[in-house]
Design a protein around this ligand. Structure first.
Ligand SMILES: O=c1ccn([C@@H]2O[C@H](COP(=O)(O)O)[C@@H](O)[C@H]2O)c(=O)[nH]1
Length: 208
């Protein structure tokens, strides 16, 4: 598994999904490293590797009857998992349409069905919580989320406090460690990111 993760980390780096510089995230926080899955949607084989590795995080035999990707970047990954694992998919709209059915959750489901949330990156966890809130309001059960990258900035703890267990393929530290091992980043960059993570934790505001 570690070899596969290292191989994937290098491919993500080479596809420019891991970017170094100065970026502002959804939380408003500045970051020296940004993960951009949009860089990967043009590479179908890489998308396939990500989705199959991501599904290995799910306990075998776990009764998951729906998957839902956090809009928009995680939608293609959720679609691949849905098709590959033969599990129905739900789509959460960011806004309901002002016409037609006006639904926020598209797809067929029954009350209390267990829905697995799929996400690309977690910083604070607020994007997952927004999706979970709409699914739960429709009567679904949401207990778990699988994500490609946990930025280790408080998201895991924030989600746990709201009853959602998150599993990730990488933490920011493990991703950087793989890139350091493969000679793609210097030890200075590795240390810079490590210090950044330690000093930049995000709490949710009380409404989230
Ligand atoms: O490196 C990054 C960091 C964040 N994102 C996007 O932001 C949200 C996650 O942030 P939360 O604070 O956990 O809501 C996620 O949907 C990502 O799309 C990113 O792409 N890359």
């Amino acid at each position: 598994m570690e070899n596969l993760l290292e191989e994937l980390a290098v491919k993500l780096f080479e596809s420019e999904a891991v970017k170094f510089g100065t970026f502002i995230m959804k939380t408003g926080l500045q970051t020296p490293v940004y993960f951009d899955l949009r860089a990967v949607i043009s590479r179908p084989q890489l998308m396939k590797s990500i989705s199959s590795l991501l599904w290995t995080l799910v306990e075998q035999g776990k009764p998951i009857s729906q998957v839902c990707g956090v809009p928009y970047t995680a939608l293609p990954i959720a679609t691949l998992i849905s098709v590959e694992e033969n599990i129905p998919m739900l789509i959460r709209r960011k806004e309901s349409k002002p016409y037609g059915t006006k639904k926020l959750i598209e797809g067929q489901f029954k009350l209390e069905e267990n829905c697995m949330i799929i996400e690309d990156v977690v910083t604070s966890g607020s994007s997952i919580l927004e999706t979970a809130k709409d699914l739960i309001n429709e009567g679904l059960t949401v207990e778990e989320a699988i994500v490609i990258l946990d930025r280790q900035q408080g998201g895991r703890e924030n989600l746990k406090a709201k009853g959602i267990e998150m599993k990730s393929l990488y933490t920011l530290t493990s991703l950087m460690q793989h890139l350091l091992n493969a000679g793609k980043v210097t030890s200075d960059t590795f240390e810079e990111v490590k210090t950044y993570v330690e000093q930049n934790q995000v709490e949710l505001n009380s409404k989230e």
